[in-house]
Design a protein around this ligand. Structure first.
Ligand code: G3P
Length: 213
């Protein structure tokens, strides 16, 4: 499973990229707003650090999405155009697929939406599991259903588990066989840690001091 960082903070991308485990970055307008930095400069800086950077269009009509998406994709080859899951978005995705521009269809909350996005030619779909959990539903059950459908289909669209909130989401996504998981920085930072690793390392260091000293 590929691991993406869900952020608009370049320092966070640099940090996780330095661990040698980063496959991509997803941004969205809310994350960009939180950082308050120039969008193009942010995306371009991230493209130097990761091979896939999703940049979201803000237009709501297909024509506007196509104009924005074509501009984004002209900035850098690593940019994936992120498009909302609407019928206008589907039209734009079809256009981008014909022009070999990679897309990530965002705000997917159901299997029918996932199927339509794949049929339109999306490179990636992003079901939001945390927000389904927030609404009292079982977000990971949606991923399981989508992967079941994919196992009977010839869709090449990658399933990206988005809106993850804790390390267990990453484990469950991997067990189900999702292709990609995007992870906020605070959750990503928890993944390398285990208290027994810290305790074990301290003991090795203390014992080695006794050997050496
Ligand atoms: O990639 C989508 C993700 O940013 C949404 O996460 O936590 O706002 O539901 P969240």
């Amino acid at each position: 499973m590929k691991l993406f960082l869900d952020t608009a903070n370049v320092d966070q991308v640099r940090e996780v990229a330095s661990w040698g485990v980063l496959d991509g970055v997803t941004t969205n307008p809310s994350l960009v707003m939180k950082e308050g930095k120039d969008f193009r400069a942010t995306v371009l800086a991230m493209c130097e650090l990761a091979p896939n950077v999703s940049a979201q269009v803000t237009a709501t009509d297909a024509e506007g999405m196509i104009k924005q998406g074509e501009e984004y994709s002209s900035w850098h080859k690593n940019i994936v155009v992120k498009v909302p899951m609407t019928t206008e978005g589907l039209k734009a995705v079809k256009h981008f697929a014909q022009k070999k521009i990679r897309t990530n269809v965002t705000l997917v909350f159901s299997v029918p939406q996932a199927i339509l996005a794949a049929k339109a030619g999306a490179s990636i779909i992003s079901p939001f599991i945390g927000r389904l959990d927030d609404a009292g539903e079982e977000g990971m059950a949606l991923i399981a259903e989508i992967m079941e459908v994919w196992s009977h289909s010839d869709f090449r669209t990658e399933v990206l588990v988005a809106s993850t909130r804790h390390p267990r989401h990453i484990v469950d996504a991997a067990r189900i066989g999702a292709h990609i998981c995007t992870i906020p920085y605070d959750v990503f930072a928890k993944l390398p840690k285990h208290p027994l690793t810290d305790i074990g390392l301290k003991k090795f260091q203390d014992d080695w001091k006794k050997v050496a000293g």
